[in-house]
Design a protein around this ligand. Structure first.
Ligand SMILES: O=C[C@H](O)[C@H](O)[C@H](O)COP(=O)(O)O
Length: 309
């Protein structure tokens, strides 16, 4: 099922950036049949927010950079912030239990929560982070932090993505946080994504060439073999960009990067995910299939496009 779209234009940026649940906002409240809105802020250039570098010295390992430290005044960062604030204004309400994703776009969502709580527009929220870094950001913002042990049911989860296809299915895990992200997303009634427009594609793999897969360390070699035998393609162990060792996840596991074949049968990513997590030693994959309610894209020209399932 493809997402649908309608365009709505908006000329006043402060409605996006400032007005909590503003009655003048042109973004409609979410509903299953609501159209997609595009909120036009301003014309601007755009650049990629994440770099991916693969080691060429060894065919079985790869390294991946964390989010590149971007210029906070760049057009893309302004657009990411606007997308995070617009999403927050449309979905977040007082009293909610909120899953908070990971990555450079989610950092603006934490900023949104801090500002709205400080201004008194949001009250009595509880935040469940999906990574060490997000937990730190929430603590530094003096926001109430809990975990899924205390809050196993969440009203909403808002997260970033590495690729979003036309069905709003996702590849996630570029920052290595996929397992906690999947757990928190699965606890939430509604899951919404905020992402820069470079993440938008027709089919998974068009933009983001690898699927992150978290594995128990002792199993990484057999899992690599099984993936290649069962599904084709190649897998590389993700190596830390700051030490000469594998990247260790928040759960003390490794990440495999699967360069999957282009011809996944029927693009049945749910079947691929099920096959992968059935392999002994595989903890989770970065595939988020059929779970996204809406995506707020930070567009190249500074506008926001909202796609809903
Ligand atoms: O593991 C990392 C997460 O899946 C992130 O949400 C994803 O990589 C997007 O990050 P960013 O907003 O920095 O592009």
């Amino acid at each position: 099922m493809r997402s649908s779209s309608v365009r709505v234009y908006h000329q006043v940026a402060r409605t996006i950036l400032g007005g909590h649940n503003s009655p003048t906002s042109t973004s409609p409240p979410p509903s299953s049949s609501a159209p997609v809105a595009v909120i036009r802020r301003r014309a601007s250039s755009f650049c990629c927010s994440r770099s991916l570098s693969m080691s060429s010295s060894c065919s079985s390992i790869s390294s991946i950079g964390a989010s590149v430290a971007s210029d906070p005044d760049s057009p893309v960062e302004h657009a990411k912030k606007a997308a995070a604030f617009a999403c927050g204004d449309n979905y977040v309400k007082s009293g909610q239990k909120i899953g908070v994703g990971s990555g450079s776009t989610v950092k603006y969502f934490v900023q949104f929560l801090r500002e709205r709580v400080r201004s008194g527009q949001l009250k009595d929220i509880q935040c469940v982070p999906t990574s060490f870094m997000t937990r730190r950001w929430l603590i530094e913002a003096a926001l109430p932090v809990v975990d899924v042990e205390q809050c196993p049911r969440l009203d909403i989860c808002i997260d970033g993505a590495d690729e979003v296809d036309e069905n709003l299915d996702l590849i996630k895990g570029g920052g290595g946080c996929l397992t906690q992200e999947k757990i928190v997303q699965s606890c939430a009634d509604v899951f919404v994504v905020i992402a820069d427009a470079n993440k938008k594609s027709t089919a998974l793999g068009d933009k983001y060439k690898v699927l992150p897969i978290e594995v128990v360390p002792v199993a990484y070699i057999p899992v690599q073999r099984w993936i290649t035998e069962k599904f084709g393609g190649e897998t590389h162990l993700r190596i830390s960009s700051t030490k000469c060792s594998p990247l260790i996840t928040d759960n003390n596991n490794y990440i495999l990067e699967w360069h999957f074949p282009k011809d996944i049968p029927n693009r049945d990513w749910a079947a691929v995910h099920a096959g992968l997590v059935g392999l002994p030693g595989v903890v989770e994959t970065g595939l988020f299939v059929g779970v996204t309610s809406a995506v707020y894209f930070a567009e190249h020209d500074g506008s926001i496009e909202v796609r809903k399932r």
